[in-house]
Design a binder for this molecule. Structure first.
Ligand code: C2E
Ligand code: MG
Ligand code: MG
Length: 398
């Protein structure tokens, strides 16, 4: 048996193996909302040994299993301590090595330990590193599923550090995606790196995963992560991993400072734009996004509009033919001529920023109503295509 393994076994017996806590902060409010437990060997001589000095060796021998269960028990004991003193409880993520995936009674043991301390299962998050995912796909998927069914949450750690791809992650029913700090090199000033990060966050949010950025150290990184709507920040910019007592104090203070920040000061541009969209959808019952250059469109919102018989996506030219046919016979020609794609392009080229027309449209109830259609020309910063946003409004009867 190697010296390291002997030392760590002894450290567990002597209570020298400790869970340190690194808080995770809400990216918008900058308040601590959860934490990750990280193993440290705090030697009798006062030296703190970091996990990378012993974990790789323990992984090889399989002794890492004992360490992970030991840290979980430490975390549960700590959460009970917080609960007993009435301090706000924050969920804690615990790292589990890949070797647990092949442990048949893993979920039973997890439940037994956590329930044994009387800790709510929803307060424990199981972290498994991304590189473990490329092992047996089905086995891991099943492992994650069972953990979640038992009431715990699951995080995929170190995403972007190894070989796993978005396609692996899409099949994993995990709750949280932790983005590795290797993807945050520098201050996110490289455009291609920013595009990669934006795509990862977009992808994770589309899969309803909570996102955590690891290793955030600078204001610039934080600013960029907010524009990606990254949910939580874990990094030295806010806090380093700290001993239990220090984290305990932080939880106490957190309870005292419960006031919420002004959303207008901290909201990302994208978050504000999403709210603005809500207002536009409330104001206009029909909103269409079209690409005049490529002859395509899709309905962005379609609610309580006079006529509902229109396809929701397809060729722009067909949309106009369909639209014209739903107008009063006296308005059909003017509608078709005004919104004809080539006419719109020439209007844009002659310097117009919008084209507007009021027509009478046949409703589903067989009654004609006045409708105002306004096309706004927009240019995308990334393509040369000419785009149009159409806002349609039902006008009151004359
Ligand atoms: P991890 O799970 O990805 O944990 C995050 C690591 O990033 C921690 O290193 C943390 O201190 C570090 N970190 C956080 N913010 C920053 C930052 O802003 N800048 C920099 N440079 N680093 C930051 P730590 O504590 O040394 O842990 C290293 C790894 O050891 C962990 O990576 C995890 O994979 C493993 N580990 C730690 N504790 C355990 C455990 O109890 N069980 C298992 N199986 N693995 C553990
Ligand atoms: Mg981790
Ligand atoms: Mg990590």
């Amino acid at each position: 048996m190697s010296e390291v393994i002997r030392d760590i076994r002894q450290a567990m017996k002597d209570g020298e193996l400790k869970a340190f806590y690194q808080p995770q902060f809400d990216s918008i409010t900058s308040k601590p909302v959860s934490a990750e437990a990280l193993a440290r060997w705090v030697r009798a001589d006062g030296v703190t040994v970091p996990p990378m000095a012993f974990i790789p060796e323990l992984e090889k021998s399989g002794d890492i299993r004992e360490v992970d269960w030991y840290i979980l028990a430490e975390v549960c004991r700590f959460l009970t301590r917080l609960k007993n003193s009435g301090v706000t409880l924050l969920p804690v993520a615990v790292n589990f090595s890949r070797v647990h995936i092949r442990e048949n009674d893993f979920v039973e043991k997890l439940c037994e330990t956590v329930d044994g301390f009387g800790v709510d299962r929803s307060l424990i998050e199981v972290e498994i590193t991304e590189s473990a995912l490329i092992d047996d796909h089905y086995m891991i998927k099943d492992w994650i599923k069972k953990i979640r069914e038992a009431g715990f949450s699951v995080a995929i750690d170190d995403f972007g550090s190894g070989l796993s791809s978005l396609s692996f992650v899409k099949d994993m029913p995990a709750d949280v995606l932790k983005i590795d700090r290797s993807l945050l090199s520098g201050n996110c000033e490289n455009e291609k790196e920013r595009i990669v990060l934006e795509s990862i966050f977009y992808f994770a949010h589309r899969l309803n995963m909570t996102t955590v950025a690891e290793g955030v150290e600078t204001k610039e990184q934080l600013g960029f992560l907010r524009t990606c709507d990254c949910k939580k920040i874990q990094g030295f910019i806010f806090a380093k991993p700290m001993p239990e007592d220090e984290f305990y104090k932080l939880c106490e203070v957190h309870k005292a400072a419960a006031e919420t920040a002004d959303i207008l000061e901290i909201q990302s541009y994208k978050g504000a734009a999403d709210l603005l969209m809500d207002v536009i959808f409330k104001r206009y019952p029909l909103v269409i996004f079209s690409n005049l250059t490529r002859n395509s469109f899709y309905m962005m919102s379609y609610e309580n509009f006079t006529s509902t018989g229109c396809p929701s996506t397809g060729a722009f030219d067909e949309l106009i033919i369909h639209g014209a046919s739903s107008m009063h016979p006296d308005d059909q020609d003017i509608f078709a001529a005004t919104f004809n794609r080539h006419h719109l392009i020439s209007e844009y080229e002659s310097g117009k920023s919008e084209v507007r027309l009021v027509t009478r449209q046949l409703g589903d109830d067989g009654i004609y109503r006045r409708v105002e259609t306004t096309d706004y020309f927009v240019k995308s910063p990334s393509v040369d295509d000419l785009l149009v946003i159409t806002l349609c409004d039902n006008l009151p009867d004359e």
